[in-house]
Write a protein that binds this ligand. Structure first.
Ligand code: KG4
Ligand code: ZN
Length: 336
C-alpha cells in the first residue's frame, strides 16, 4: 500500500511516499529555517505563506522521486495536529483536495505519533509495546507506546519543552535559531563540569520535567558575566547545560522504564539528534540492559517520511478523515 503524506506543522514543508509503512520511497523537505532565522524564531504567518507557496512543488517532487503518479497512490495522509494552526491548515487543505479529487482515503496523523514512528523506518525489529522519550521543540514527554496507535503519557514538562530550553540558551550564548544544534557543537569543545547548574525538583508526578529553572540559570550566568565585564566560557556553559539536560531526560526515562517493566526504550523528536542526550541514554541503557532505539539524525527533525509511516498504522487501525477535517493547534497523543 502506497501512502503520500504531507507535513506542515511548523517551518518545514514536507511530503513523502511510504510503501506498507516502513519502506520510504521518497522524502522531500523544503525548510524555511533561513528565513525565520533573522527573526530569532518561527514567524507563524510567514510559515503559513511559505507552505502555501511550496506545497505543490514539494508534493510533486515527492511523487516524482518515488517514481509515482497520483494514480499509484492508495491513500493520502496529513499532519492535522498539533502545531502552528495556519501552517497546519495549508497541509490539511491540500491533502483534502487530493483525497476529494481522487476519491481516495484521507488519514489524519498526529505529529508526535509521527516522530515516534520515525523509529520504525530505521529499526525493522521495533514493535510496540515500549517506552518512548519524546523531546521536540514543543513537547517533552515520556509515553508508553501501547500499540502503533495507542499512547499513554506518564510524564511531561511542566514548563518549557527541552528543545525550547536548548533554543533559549543558544540565543543567550549568541547563536541563531534554531539553537539546539549550535549548543550541541559548542558543547563538544567545552568542559561539561565547569558550571554547576541546578536540576529542578518537580513535585507531584515523578516523571514530570521542568526546564525553566535550568534555562534561567544559564541566562542569569550569561547576564551576570556580561554585567561584570567578565568573559564567559560559552562552550563550557553549553556543555554544562547539555550535560544537565541529558541527565534529567535519561534519569527519568530509565526509572520509568524500570518501574513499569519495559525492556525497550525509544527516543523521538528534534532533540533526539543531540549527541549528549544520545550518548548518555545509550550508556545508561547499555549498563542496565535496556534495548534503545533512536531515529537516525536525518529523521529526528520534522519530515514527511515519519508521517507516511505512522499513517499506514493509523490506516490499519481504521482512522479516516472526511471533508470536515480541521487542524488543531493542540491535541494530546492520548486523545487521538
Ligand atoms: O521535532 P522538531 O524538529 O520540531 C518540533 O516538532 O518541535 O524539534 C525542533 C527542536 C528545536 O528546538 C531544535 O533546536 C532542536 O529540536 N534540535 C536540537 C538538535 N537538533 C535539533 N536540540 C539539541 N541538539 C540538537 N542536535
Ligand atoms: Zn516535530
Amino acid at each position: 500500500m502506497k501512502i503520500l503524506a504531507i507535513e506542515s506543522s511548523c517551518d518545514e514543508t514536507a511530503a513523502a511516499v511510504s510503501e506498507n509503512g516502513r519502506t520510504i520511497l521518497s522524502d522531500i523537505i523544503a525548510s524555511q529555517v533561513e528565513e525565520h532565522k533573522q527573526y530569532g524564531g518561527v514567524v507563524p504567518e510567514i510559515a503559513s505563506r511559505r507552505h502555501c507557496e511550496n506545497i505543490t512543488r514539494v508534493v510533486d517532487d515527492a511523487l516524482k522521486s518515488a517514481n509515482c503518479t497520483l494514480s499509484d497512490i492508495d491513500a493520502f495522509a496529513v499532519t492535522y495536529a498539533p502545531g502552528l494552526i495556519g501552517a497546519l491548515l495549508v497541509g490539511t487543505s491540500f491533502a483534502k483536495g487530493l483525497a476529494l479529487s481522487t476519491g481516495k482515503p484521507l488519514i489524519p496523523v498526529h505529529h508526535i505519533a509521527g516522530h515516534i514512528a520515525a523509529n520504525y523506518i530505521a529499526h525493522a525489529e521495533l514493535e510496540p509495546p515500549y517506552l518512548c522519550l519524546v523531546v521536540s521543540g514543543g513537547h517533552t514527554q515520556i509515553c508508553e507506546v501501547l500499540s502503533y496507535t495507542k499512547f499513554r503519557i506518564i510524564g511531561k514538562t511542566r514548563d518549557d519543552a527541552a528543545g525550547e530550553a536548548f533554543d533559549k540558551c543558544a540565543r543567550v550564548l549568541g547563536y541563531p535559531y534554531p539553537g539546539g544544534i549550535h549548543i550541541d557543537r559548542a558543547a563538544q569543545k567545552g568542559d561539561p563540569n565547569k558550571y554547576k547548574l541546578p536540576i529542578p525538583k518537580v513535585t507531584g508526578s515523578e516523571y514530570d520535567f521542568s526546564f525553566s529553572g535550568l534555562k534561567t540559570a544559564v541566562i542569569n550566568l550569561a547576564h551576570n558575566a556580561e554585567q561584570k565585564g567578565e568573559v564567559l566560557d560559552g562552550d563550557s556553559l553549553a556543555a554544562s547545560f547539555q550535560k544537565t539536560a541529558a541527565e534529567m531526560l535519561t534519569e527519568k526515562t530509565i526509572s520509568a522504564a524500570k518501574e513499569l517493566g519495559y525492556k525497550t526504550i525509544a527516543m523521538a523528536g528534534g532533540v533526539s539528534a543531540n549527541s549528549g542526550v544520545r550518548s548518555l541514554l545509550e550508556k545508561e541503557c547499555g549498563k542496565r540492559g535496556f534495548r534503545l532505539y533512536m531515529p537516525p539524525l536525518s529523521l529526528c527533525g520534522d519530515n514527511g517520511a515519519m508521517i507516511a509511516c505512522q499513517a499506514y498504522y493509523d490506516y490499519l487501525d481504521g482512522k479516516r478523515a472526511d471533508e470536515s477535517l480541521n487542524a488543531l493547534a493542540t491535541l494530546s497523543l492520548e486523545d487521538i
